[in-house]
Design a protein around this ligand. Structure first.
Ligand code: NAP
Length: 299
């Protein structure tokens, strides 16, 4: 029996593990994909206090190593459900099941899809959700970036240094992403802003060759492009736990105080929970608070 099982090895989950382990608890971290969560896709992290600049992958690796060095158990299995059996909780995975006194849900969120025809079919054939992973395939080519948040802005900047031309397509004429990135983009001669527009069609067989965008007036424009980088936010992945804990309307885990779920002994940390500011710094803050709370409350 574990003291704490943490589901998700992103910054929130790994931080929770570090705090749980340093409090002398027996901790298992479960991860269905790669450790690091969303930050592994960040070419540069520049807003983590005390570290002026680090790659997201390096920061995630440092966190992972810290957990391993503290004796944490990390298994790459997908948690598919949780059950409550009096004081004991059970986490079911695609490979087995584990008993624990406490669970911290740090499942984060996944890339939101545009939901347009052929989006899935063309993944890896022009459609990507990760500029830093796939950008090098588009050296000297024309690409489209979709979105108006910091991820889309950063992706457009990153790709502008590789690609021939970048079209940044955003559905409004204001960006919700950081102002500094917008200013930097405006200085780039090979980035064209395509505002008040949505991507409606993907063309090309077997690979992407162009996208069709439609503006607010319904006027369509064909943009020749070998790649489209979709950066339109994230959606939570909590449905597997919905039978046991309460979710809000958008699928995020509802909390009364930012850490407790609707079930005693089950806590939440990071982007999986309903909250205003979803950042690396708030994820690690959540992770430490969730672990500290669990350590104090488990018997
Ligand atoms: P985000 O801030 O949620 O932005 C998503 C963008 O996609 C918005 O501009 C939104 O448009 C647009 N969008 C959503 N659904 C769409 C659809 N169906 N069709 C077209 N456009 C759609 O997501 P994010 O940029 O990935 O950022 C996530 C979080 O990480 C944010 O808190 C962000 O600040 C943070 N972040 C920080 C950094 C950093 O280095 N500091 C870097 C990346 C991300 P509207 O604006 O019209 O809603």
């Amino acid at each position: 029996m574990y003291d704490i099982i943490i589901i998700g090895a992103g910054p929130a989950g790994l931080t929770a593990a570090i705090y749980g382990l340093r409090a002398g608890k027996n901790v298992l971290v479960l991860e269905s994909k790669a450790f690091g969560g969303q930050i592994i896709n960040a070419e540069k992290v520049e807003n983590y206090p005390g570290i002026a600049e680090i790659s997201g992958a390096q920061l995630a690796t440092n966190m992972y190593n810290q957990v391993k060095e503290l004796g944490g158990d990390i298994k790459f299995e997908k948690a598919i459900g949780i059950e409550q059996n009096n004081e004991t909780k059970i986490v079911k995975t695609d490979e087995g099941e584990y008993q624990t006194k406490a669970i911290i849900l740090a499942t984060g969120a996944e890339n939101r899809k545009l939901g347009i025809p052929r989006e899935d079919e063309l993944i890896g054939k022009g459609v990507s959700y990760c500029a830093t992973c796939d950008g090098h395939f588009y050296k000297d080519k024309d690409v489209v970036v979709v979105g108006g948040g910091s991820t889309a802005l950063q992706d457009a900047l990153y790709l502008s240094n590789l690609a021939n031309k970048v079209y940044l397509v955003h559905r409004r004429d204001e960006f919700r992403g950081e102002h500094a990135y917008v200013e930097e983009i405006k200085k780039k001669t090979n980035v064209e802003l395509v505002l008040k527009s949505n991507v409606v069609k993907l063309l090309g067989e077997p690979k992407l060759t162009a996208v069709i965008v439609a503006n607010d007036a319904g006027t369509e424009r064909e943009i020749p492009a070998d790649g489209i980088f979709i950066a339109v936010g994230y959606v939570p992945q909590n449905q597997d736990f919905a039978k046991v804990i309460d979710l809000d309307e958008a699928g995020y885990i509802a909390t009364s105080d930012g850490v407790h779920t609707s079930i005693p002994g089950i806590y939440v940390a990071g982007d999986a929970r309903a909250k205003e500011l979803k950042q690396l710094t708030t994820a690690v803050s959540d992770g430490s608070i969730a672990a500290d709370t669990a350590v104090k409350e488990i018997k």
